[in-house]
Design a binder for this molecule. Structure first.
Ligand code: HEC
Length: 162
């Protein structure tokens, strides 16, 4: 029981106190980063298409606030899930991340920042329940995905074939 309490309080301290050493732990491997980003990008595609479907089905934009906000949240984390050494052919994992990401890091980060701005705007248009604005912004978000893929991702758009 005591051990359990100690473990629990350790967890709580880790969660509540910012700046503790746990925050600086570099325990995520390159293979982990690849797995995380691919899963998140797959879920991004699902989330994006669910929003398109909701609009086609005549739902209100404000019902899409959560999925829009989640894409915006992920967009901010996305560039950090591309650490050096995790490109196509650099690990045992299948990856379509082109070497240009690391040779032209500034433009990759700009593409990610544009995507973050597009999704943040999508979330605020959802909150405003602005139907024409939200529908048009979905296109902008789609463009932000495509612009990054065209330069930095191998293969086609769409779900992975593997
Ligand atoms: C800043 C660049 C960037 C943006 C923005 C971006 N992607 Fe990607 N995406 C990539 C890269 C690079 C890969 C290849 C990752 C890998 O294979 O390791 C990828 C891979 C994918 C994959 C394949 C994942 C897998 O399992 O192999 C899907 C699906 C995807 N993206 C969908 C999207 C969608 C949908 C959006 C927008 C809502 C988006 N992406 C926005 C760069 C981006």
């Amino acid at each position: 029981m005591l051990r359990r309490l100690i473990v629990l309080s350790g967890v709580l301290i880790g969660v509540t106190a910012p700046g503790l050493p746990q925050e600086e732990t570099h325990g995520v491997s390159g293979l982990d980063a690849i797995a995380v980003r691919q899963a998140s990008l797959d879920m991004s595609a699902i989330t994006f298409h669910s929003m398109e479907g909701a609009m086609k089905a005549g739902q209100e934009p404000k019902s899409q606030g959560y999925p829009a906000m989640v894409l915006a949240k992920w967009a901010k984390a996305l560039p950090r899930m591309f650490p050096p050494g995790t490109g196509q052919g650099e690990t045992s994992a299948m990856s379509q991340a082109l070497p240009l990401i690391w040779r032209d890091r500034a433009n990759f980060d700009t593409a990610a920042a544009n995507y973050a701005a597009a999704t943040a705007r999508l979330a605020s248009l959802a909150a405003a329940n602005d139907r024409p604005g939200f529908t048009a912004q979905l296109e902008e978000v789609n463009r932000a995905c495509g612009l990054c893929h065209a330069r930095f991702k191998a293969g086609d758009q769409g779900p992975p074939r593997k």
